[in-house]
Design a protein around this ligand. Structure first.
Ligand SMILES: Nc1ncnc2c1ncn2[C@@H]1O[C@H](COP(=O)(O)OP(=O)(O)O)[C@@H](O)[C@H]1O
Ligand SMILES: [Mg+2]
Length: 251
């Protein structure tokens, strides 16, 4: 049984069919690439999986459960967590605080518990330990006290991923994790991403434009075009695929 299975997923925006009956599977422990020209529906597909936009038709099965139509926070708690294309960091806060701030249900923030520090100090310490662990996973631990605004572009991307890791994802959805980053750093980011799978067992679905980097890391690739799945296969198969080359490179 695959970890994620999409059957005939569809999204209409008015008269525009952004995602046109897409079916695909993501096996547990895989790194799967999702590629396609601008406007082909990749981000909309990620939104549909994450519950960020309402689906028009089709089914999303995750870990054996039908999660079609669940709201984003319920999908998050099931273990599907997404990164965003644009960094959404708190730039005037430290790296560590960026990870601690979004954690939900912290008791110290609730008026009833705030005057009772012992009820939340332990919880806060646990969050801080989890954050340090996550920073180690993406090799940002030495920068825990750095302001987010002082990080390099590549480190900001990694911090964004670290924040997603705080939610303990089973499946991590990344939409262009190297956008705007220099090529050498882009390769480093992918090495860190691969380590999440290799060392921590996280399954990944990654939208990426830099095919030469993506293809070094993926187990399998799906290609979208005009809302449809145009092709799927190994990186080698997709590189050699005549129609894909036509759509991508005008061959
Ligand atoms: N919220 C929206 N409202 C209307 N149209 C949208 C919306 N989001 C995306 N689209 C359209 O859906 C199509 C697919 O977009 P998108 O999923 O962002 O493509 P990609 O990520 O592959 O570049 C595009 O034609 C885009 O203009
Ligand atoms: Mg997009």
């Amino acid at each position: 049984m695959p970890l994620l299975e999409l059957s005939n997923l569809r999204k209409d925006f008015g008269g525009l069919r952004a995602v046109d009956d897409v079916s695909l599977t993501v096996p547990e422990g895989a790194i799967i690439g999702l590629i396609g020209p601008n406007g082909s529906g990749k981000s909309t597909l990620i939104d549909l999986i994450a519950g960020a936009t309402e689906l028009t038709a089709g089914r999303v099965i995750f870990d054996g459960d039908d999660i079609s139509g669940l709201p984003a926070d319920a999908v998050y708690h099931k273990g599907i967590i997404r990164g965003y294309q644009e960094p959404t960091l708190y730039f005037k806060m430290t790296v560590l605080d960026n990870l601690l701030l979004p954690v939900k249900d912290q008791r110290g923030e609730q008026p009833w518990y705030a005057p009772r520090p012992r009820s939340w100090q332990r919880e806060e310490q646990t969050h801080a330990e989890a954050a340090m662990k996550v920073l180690r996973q993406v090799q940002l631990l030495p920068h825990y006290d750095t302001l987010a605004s002082d990080l390099s572009g590549g480190q900001m991307k990694l911090l964004e991923i670290a924040r997603a890791l705080m939610g303990k994802p089973k499946l991590l959805l990344l939409d262009e994790p190297t956008a705007g980053v220099a090529p050498k750093l882009a390769y480093d980011i992918f090495q860190q991403i691969a380590r999440l799978r290799d060392d921590h067992g996280i399954t990944l679905l990654i939208v990426e434009h830099r095919l030469e980097i993506l293809f070094d890391f993926v187990d399998y690739v799906y290609v979208m075009h005009l809302g449809n799945l145009l092709a799927s296969g190994s990186a080698a198969e997709i590189s050699a695929h005549a129609t894909v080359r036509e759509v991508y490179f005008g061959d």
